[in-house]
Write a protein of this length. Structure first.
Length: 364
């Protein structure tokens, strides 16, 4: 098994900085997800672990050894790619066994490992087929099996589910999580899909423009984002932002923007670290509203309905509010038509507050 440490690691391509001053420790047997938009540096980070990209500055450690100069085949890592990278002319059995054959493993042990992996992934009946005869999900299982049989210290995955349909992605997430629990190996997983990150990770590393924005559990990052980028990257629909002013009314703090006047509860106000008033940006997650009954005046938001988008179990409600379009997740039985006025109660205990200039959270 392996503990991975990045110490002041930077990766440049000419004048372009892909990863900037990365400091990250991944614990032995931990499942870490690198999350961020395209071009944020997450795949480059994964490739540096694999040895597929050279480090420009800094040190990469596996346990107590610097591996900057160690070639990929000596790092004891296995990688699953987005494209599966299967040999089209080889059977499933031969694809899974290929790496073991290259190591000149004894035939009996090779066969045992291949068939054991195939049984775990439920692809034993497919062992004599070729990749062209398989579905996308079956090909992904073959790619996982090929990595599993090597019994690596580090398991690397780069967007492995992005080519699958939505239903299959859900089942494969469960398969990958089960695989990690069974193998007890360090997993590092790259994705831009927040659902994958939230369901799979022990810890999530959110990246943007080559920089780490926040590291934490799914709960920590969703509930206490450090800045507006992190807050907006997780959530469906994305978090709603509304700029306004924080003012004091007696012993209470209020957020005000036009007709919006939200009273902050004492527990939330106490987390503002002495912030007395001024320009702020509030964040309201799409699900943190209640459409039932008449909302109290100090928790109410009212606006014109711009869209109603049913999604089965819920519906997304678009509202025009103080010149902004906001989206909320409400119950499927709520009846509103485009153009009507709607009123929702905000769960003020779950408000997020940010400095509009820097984007940083005021609650940390």
């Amino acid at each position: 098994m392996a503990r991975i440490q990045f110490k002041d690691v930077t990766k440049r391509y000419g004048d372009v900085v892909a990863v900037n001053d990365l400091n990250l420790e991944i614990n032995d047997q931990e499942f870490v997800v690198l999350l961020g938009p395209s071009g944020c540096g997450k795949s480059t980070t994964l490739n540096m672990i694999a040895g597929l990209e050279e480090i420009t500055d800094g040190e990469l450690w596996f346990d107590d050894h610097i591996v900057n100069a160690l070639p990929p085949h000596r790092r004891d890592v296995a990688m699953v790619f987005q494209s599966y990278a299967l040999y089209p002319h080889k059977t499933v059995y031969e694809n899974i066994a290929f790496g073991l054959r290259m190591r000149k493993m004894a035939r009996a042990e090779l066969d045992r490992r291949v068939r054991e992996a195939a049984a775990k992934l439920e692809i034993t009946p497919l062992l004599e087929r070729r990749p062209s005869q398989l579905s996308g999900g079956q090909r992904q299982r073959v790619a996982l099996g090929r990595a599993m049989v090597r019994q690596p210290s580090v398991f690397l995955m780069d967007e492995p589910l992005s080519n699958l349909d939505a239903a299959l992605r859900i089942s494969m997430r469960a398969e990958i999580k089960h695989l990690h629990n069974e193998m007890q190996t360090t997993f590092v997983y790259v994705t831009h899909d927040q659902a994958e990150a939230l369901t799979l990770a022990d810890r999530i590393v959110v990246m943007n423009e080559g920089l780490v924005q926040q590291i934490g559990t799914a709960h920590e990052i969703y509930e206490r984002p450090v800045n507006m980028f992190v807050a907006s990257f997780l959530g469906n629909p994305p978090i709603n932002y509304l700029k306004g002013e924080l003012t004091r009314a007696g012993d209470a703090l209020h957020f005000r923007r036009g007709e919006v006047d939200l009273a902050l509860p004492p527990a939330l106000a106490a987390r503002l670290n002495g912030f007395k008033g001024g320009q702020v940006c509030i964040g309201v997650r799409a699900e943190d509203v209640d459409e039932r009954g008449k909302p109290p005046p100090d928790r109410a938001i009212r606006g014109k309905v711009t869209s109603v988008l049913p999604i089965g179990s819920d519906q997304f409600l678009g509202m025009e509010l103080e010149g902004e379009e906001l989206f909320f997740r409400v119950g499927k039985d709520l009846r509103h038509a485009t153009g009507q006025m709607a009123a929702l109660a905000v769960d003020v205990n779950r408000l997020h507050l940010f400095d509009p200039a820097s984007g940083r959270s005021l609650l940390r």
